[in-house]
Design a protein around this ligand. Structure first.
Ligand SMILES: [Zn+2]
Ligand SMILES: [Zn+2]
Length: 371
């Protein structure tokens, strides 16, 4: 049996923008549960929002893009062993209910229950030294191959959310797709769509991100300038255009793009995308997670032009093997995306950087690995 201390460090959310490093008891596990020592936990925009706006009652320990080592296995757990390196999923659907029958896994009642905790109301727990992995999320535990890192393991969850969204679009190979926003998630979309044979038009405000988008396979990039300087620049084109719509017209002989993925929480971008897609195309919202926001949209574009406005949220458990193959084979090489690693006690700084990205920052993680 591996030696486990009595207490551990954890970063506890005590209210809006109030994260404190505290000493807590290491979680106890039941006979059908695992105890995992956290190595890496990615900083995810959904956690940033919960922490900054204080949308959930404290105390909680956030962090759900978690990879680590199994240090204790409940007596009745089969298929896992101590000292195995694993990636975790904090949500796993029941696969039996009405929502699951419709493949609406993110709406399943069991799925909504967070199955990983470092203490308090379960909220992922990845910003702590140890997490308890509860019985119903054990089917979501993935072993990390020897040649892959904890960093790569921690990226399975976000990649899964991206693959799930792409599948909702029912694209054909060769289709032209706009990916608005080239943050870590936008870049995962760009890479994944390219791997599937789509032609990607990538947009962002930061040139450093567009550079990476081109390296990830984007055929064309469009630099969106700030309101004070409303000039946009195009790269990757042999012809000169003065607007994004002119570009997409040229690329599709005036037909319009097949789909647009909105990976920035901007309503203006949604309206623009709704103009750019062809009749019968799709606009997919990936970043509009803030409740209570109203927006204007010309509804005839949906009804008469059949431009479907759809959303996608969270992961699809049934895609997990495909996701693991993509990441661990490095076809979708996540290592390029991780630019900053913070120690556990600097989790607040990690979240701040992820919330206010710079030219040089991309995916930010909290790492407890002995570097
Ligand atoms: Zn996430
Ligand atoms: Zn269900």
């Amino acid at each position: 049996m591996m030696a486990i201390p009595e207490t551990m460090q954890a970063v506890v959310y005590r209210g809006a923008n109030d994260l404190r490093v505290e000493t807590l008891t290491v979680p106890k596990i039941g006979p059908r549960e695992l105890l995992v020592k956290v190595a890496v936990c990615g900083v995810c925009p959904t956690d940033i929002k919960k922490i900054q706006y204080g949308t959930l009652p404290p105390p909680r320990i956030f962090g759900h893009e978690t990879a680590g080592v199994i240090v204790r296995r409940g007596a009745r757990v089969r298929g896992f062993h101590e000292s195995e390196r694993v990636a975790l999923h904090h949500h796993v659907p029941c696969l039996k209910c009405h929502d699951c029958a419709h493949r609406a896994f993110a709406q399943c009642a069991q799925y909504k229950r967070t199955g990983i905790t470092a203490g308090f109301e379960p909220a992922g727990g990845g910003y702590a030294e140890y997490v308890r992995v509860m019985t119903w999320v054990l089917p979501g535990v993935v072993k990390i191959p020897r040649r892959n890192s904890f960093l790569e393991g921690a990226m399975l969850e976000p990649v899964n959310t991206v693959l799930k969204a792409v599948k909702r679009l029912a694209l054909l190979s060769g289709d032209t797709v706009l990916v608005a926003g080239q943050g870590p998630i936008g870049l995962m979309f760009t890479r994944l769509l390219t791997l599937q044979g789509m032609k990607v038009v990538a947009t962002d405000r930061l040139e450093s991100r567009l550079q990476l988008a081109r390296e990830f396979g984007a055929k064309w990039t469009w630099e969106v300038k700030s309101e004070r300087n409303p000039k946009s620049e195009l790269q990757g084109s042999r012809f000169k255009v003065s607007s994004l719509s002119e570009l997409t017209d040229r690329l599709t002989q005036g037909r319009g793009i097949d789909a647009a993925i909105i990976a920035v929480p901007s309503d203006e971008v949604v309206r623009e995308a709704q103009q750019l897609v062809r009749g019968g195309g799709n606009v997919l919202l990936f970043s509009h997670t803030r409740r209570g926001e109203q927006a204007y949209l010309d509804l005839a574009t949906i009804c008469a032009d059949e431009k479907d406005l759809i959303g996608s949220y969270s992961a699809d458990f049934t895609l997990q093997d495909e996701v693991a193959r993509l990441v661990f084979s490095r076809k979708l090489d996540e290592r390029r995306l991780i630019t900053h690693q913070f120690p556990l006690e600097q989790t607040a700084a990690a979240i701040e950087l992820a919330a206010q990205p710079t030219e040089s920052s991309m995916k930010v993680v909290v790492s407890q690995e002995a570097l």
